[in-house]
Design a protein around this ligand. Sequence first.
Ligand code: FES
Length: 165
Amino acid sequence: MEQLNEEIEQIMQTYPGKPEYLIFLLQDIQDKAGYISPESMQLVSEHTGVPLTQAYSVATFYQSFRLEPRGDHDIRVCLGTACHLKGGQRITEELERRLNVQAGETTEDQRFTLSTVNCVGACALAPVVVVDDEYEPHVTAKKLDRKLKILEHEFDENKEGGPDA
Ligand code: FES
């Protein structure tokens, strides 16, 4: 954590303290930390002179900015027209039940972040779910369940074998 703070501090020094660097700073911080914490937002606001509420408005306007920590695995259900017609909404609801979160949230154990997206450009493969940038074509609840079990197993193994074990 301390190292992360130092790295964020370094990012701050990379850009002059001017409002026009707000987005660059937010982008770099997100690349480094995975999301933009309230503390980082405060630092960016002070550094650039952009009022905090305005910095938040910018960050929430661009969907690519994340203000919450992400889980280890990213699950994005496509809800574009083709996927929606092929059951994307039902898949979302099944995943919400299975993971006990709403779309847009991260599981309590930080394993998974579930979100919905518009067309991911693979309509012929509908319904599509993207798991950690890997496309799962013609997805079914059963297929997804299998995939999640593998990821859960890997997560547990990493935890057991990790430095805190
Ligand atoms: S609508 Fe899902 S990939 Fe196009």
